[in-house]
Design a protein around this ligand. Structure first.
Ligand SMILES: [Zn+2]
Length: 385
């Protein structure tokens, strides 16, 4: 709290001294008034009823003044009070950004103070265009997309082209044409996110978020007669809660090869080559019988553990092998849906495979949890720069 200077006597020189000191204090305060809150603090300090400076002057200088000096002190006091009141109003108007204020000299003085400050600020803020600019680090590809591109590149080198299709699919392309008949139990293995409010539509026309990239296989075969060799990278959706190994959105790369005389040997050779290209030439593959509606026979492909080279460790649960993808020979029932475009199962055969990109990224980069890929934490992502 500011305390008014002590008044030694009531001589004119002493009154000049103390009022000059108050005046300096006031201008210092005004120079610091930049907001409505500042103006309010100014008002309280000077005009406040409790210990405001004017109250202090009135209490200590006026009340104790000898009769001869009372008038002189009173005149100076009133002059100071008027100035302060006007400054408070003027400062508030300026803080609020009001431009036309019809006030007296005090406000003009105040305006001059403000103008000097603004000029000083402009001078100090002057832009030096010769200074070097701000360097922004260049981003890199997200690890999931990088692995996806790597997988695609391996198949491109083998002569595959890239297929693309919608993420919002019809039941027909996502399920029916891939040999998942309505009410088939295999549909339950893919927790599907359906678009709401479609009960009026026939089942095959209902829209959903694709649960795999496989619908693009049918879409491609509808457009292009055999032979066909495509890989389909893309985003897929399932109603899985986010945990260490699951995410409601993830990425797949699927492949499809259809031609005359395609055999299971071609499937094994192709995938074995792809795994060696991705994980190194010492990696081995093996195939286990499995089930998928759209392939027959179907298999799960395993790779020899890339962490222990097949000796057995915690990552491979001491089996020496890691399950990596599903594959199989295209089921003749699937060809039935595109028979009109040259896919006659007595003349052509083919294989298909599909892999989770995050799963491969987790193995390649030894990432513990799938969530890390989606959180956008720069500390995690910059490791891949
Ligand atoms: Zn292992």
């Amino acid at each position: 709290m500011y305390t008014v200077p002590k008044l030694e006597d009531y001589s004119e020189a002493e009154l000049d001294r103390v009022f000059a000191e108050l005046s300096r204090e006031m201008y210092r305060d005004l120079a610091g008034c930049n907001s409505e809150a500042d103006v309010e603090a100014f008002r309280v300090k000077w005009l406040g009823r409790k210990n405001g400076i004017l109250v202090q002057i009135s209490d200590s200088w006026i009340k104790g003044a000898p009769k001869s000096a009372r008038r002189e002190v009173g005149v100076r006091f009133n002059g100071l009070r008027e100035q302060i009141e006007e400054y408070a109003v003027g400062s508030l108007a300026i803080a609020k950004g009001e431009k036309t204020v019809q006030l007296g000299t005090a406000t003009r003085v105040l305006g001059d103070i403000r103008q000097r400050e603004t000029d000083a600020k402009l001078a100090s803020d002057r832009l030096d265009i010769t200074l070097p600019g701000i360097q922004r680090p260049i981003g890199v590809k997200h690890p999931v997309l990088r692995v996806m591109d790597e997988i695609v590149a391996v198949f491109k080198a083998m002569g595959y082209s890239i297929g693309d299709g919608p993420e919002v699919e019809t039941d027909y392309y996502n399920f029916e044409s891939l040999n998942f008949p309505p009410n088939h139990p295999a549909r339950d293995t893919q927790d599907t996110l359906f678009i709401a409010g479609q009960e009026q539509k026939p089942v095959r026309d209902r829209l959903l978020l694709r649960t795999h990239t496989s619908p693009v296989q049918i879409r491609t075969m509808e457009k292009q007669p055999p032979p066909v060799r495509i890989v389909i990278p893309g985003k897929v959706h399932r109603n899985d809660p986010l945990d260490a190994t699951h995410s409601p959105v993830f990425h797949q790369v699927e492949g499809l090869a259809v031609d005359t005389n395609i055999t299971f040997c071609d499937l094994k050779g192709t995938l074995d080559h792809a795994m060696k290209a991705l994980f190194g030439s010492s990696v081995k593959t093996r195939f286990y019988p499995s089930f998928f509606p759209f392939t027959e026979p179907s298999a799960d492909m395993q790779v020899s553990c890339i962490f222990c080279a097949g000796k057995g460790c915690r990552k491979c649960k001491f089996s020496g092998w890691i399950e990596l993808l599903g594959c199989g020979m295209v089921d003749p029932n699937v060809f039935e849906f595109v028979k009109h475009n040259g896919y006659d199962s007595s003349k052509v055969s083919g294989f298909a495979f599909g892999m989770g990109v995050e799963r491969i990224a987790i193995l390649k980069y030894e990432v513990e949890e799938i969530q890390l890929f989606y959180e956008g934490d720069v500390r995690f992502l910059e490791q891949f720069a």
